[in-house]
Design a protein around this ligand. Structure first.
Ligand code: NAD
Length: 364
């Protein structure tokens, strides 16, 4: 089976790193990479020892399976033979038409972001790998923009108090942001609507903000559920009180398949201290801050607001490594003796398989 790794469009990461070539050969998979595919993550074509380097046209034409991070553009999908397997983060929750488009090209698609968030599937969880990097990078980006120290400093010229960081949403990205801000010496407060987050926040040495009345659903696969407008109003008031004292706010609050909840309205930004910074990781789904512009840094009332939901791309080498490791673990269950092992009794494969034809569902 020939696995094609195209060069990502507008992203320096690569979906498979050179160390994976030998591991996949044991599964009967022959790796082909597009010329320059690893360049952005500092992997040369020659590093893919045992693989074949091709131009994009030849790569897509010869592929049995295509692995990428972002979905391929339509012009590339059209070049694939029917029945080709495509693996990427297709995000069908955010793009309602993607599944139909892939079916239209007669492709078999597996969406890595649809793998269930279970203990068994943890080693294949690209969402967690990328969110963790994003949380770490969010703090470093905030420190770059902040006109002051994170840690407490006692110097001959006087003492500096530590920065105060407020983290909204303590999932994978939020927890990594808390840990990173703590390592840099900041005082950290955090909030999440899931009560399970409370102990995790406290174990990292941060203060958990208590807001009564959050809705939870144990059937939501660990994900948060949409809150009532009344709850969100109370939350915004509480955020406002904390925001006025904060130097940095990092927002990561997401509700799968919905617009991100609005937690930091314009009026709150206008009460923040001059020079303070907001990093909004929910910017691609509308942002947790009312003023966030996706993929931009703006300044409003002397507050910098950075909107970026793809901060993992700023650390392309480790991001590619972790993505690649996750994918190798997924391929270990998806491929057997060099052929697709479409075992729909496996909940990981069933969760990721987004294009089953109705009749295939019954027969396979
Ligand atoms: P996410 O990116 O979907 O959302 C980020 C955080 O925002 C979540 O913690 C969510 O609860 C929070 N949030 C939503 N609305 C909010 C609001 N109004 N105010 C404050 N916070 C709000 O989350 P994620 O990081 O992808 O994690 C989702 C869940 O999956 C978590 O429970 C996490 O522990 C779980 N998880 C499990 C595994 C596993 O077992 N393999 C792996 C990763 C994540």
């Amino acid at each position: 089976m020939k696995l094609a790794i195209p060069r990502e469009v507008n992203d320096p990461r690569v979906a498979l790193t050179p160390d994976a070539v030998a591991k996949l050969s044991e599964l009967g998979i022959e790796v082909c990479v597009e010329k320059g595919a690893g360049q952005g993550a500092f992997y040369a074509d020659d590093d893919y020892d045992g693989g074949t380097v091709l131009d994009r046209e030849a790569l897509l034409k010869s592929a049995d399976m295509v692995l990428s991070i972002h979905p391929l553009p339509d012009e590339d999908l059209a070049k694939l033979s029917p029945e080709t397997v495509v693996i990427a983060e297709f995000k069908p929750f955010a793009d309602a038409e993607i599944t139909d488009r892939l079916r239209g090209y007669k492709l078999k698609a597996f969406s890595l972001d649809m793998i269930p968030r279970t203990t068994l599937a943890q080693s294949m969880d690209v969402l967690s790998s990328m969110a963790s990097i994003a949380g770490y990078k969010a703090v470093l980006e905030a420190s770059r923009l902040l006109p002051r120290y994170f840690p407490m400093m006692i110097t001959a010229a006087g003492s500096i108090r530590p920065a105060t960081v407020l983290v909204l949403g303590a999932g994978v990205a939020g927890l990594q942001a808390i840990a990173t801000a703590r390592r840099l010496g900041a005082q950290v407060e955090a909030f999440d609507t899931r009560s399970a987050a409370k102990e995790e926040v406290k174990s990292l040495g941060a203060k958990f903000i208590e807001i009564e009345g959050a809705k939870e659903d144990t059937g939501a696969g660990g994900y948060a559920v949409e809150q009532s407008e009344e709850f969100l109003k109370r939350q915004r008031e509480e955020v406002q009180n904390r925001a006025m004292k904060a130097d940095v706010i990092i927002t990561t609050a997401q509700v799968r398949g919905r617009k991100a909840p609005l937690l930091v309205p314009k009026s709150t930004v206008e009460q923040m201290k001059p020079g303070s910074v907001i990093v909004d990781l929910a910017s691609s789904t509308g942002g947790n801050c009312e003023l966030t512009q996706d993929n931009q840094t703006i300044v409003h009332n002397k507050v910098s607001i950075l909107g970026n939901s793809n901060l993992a791309a700023l650390m392309p080498q480790n991001a590619s490594q972790l993505y690649s490791n996750n994918v190798v673990n997924f391929l270990k269950i998806l491929v057997k003796d060099g052929a697709l092992n479409l075992d729909l009794s496996n909940e990981i494969i069933r969760g990721a398989y987004i294009t089953p034809a109705p009749e295939a569902n019954e027969n396979e």
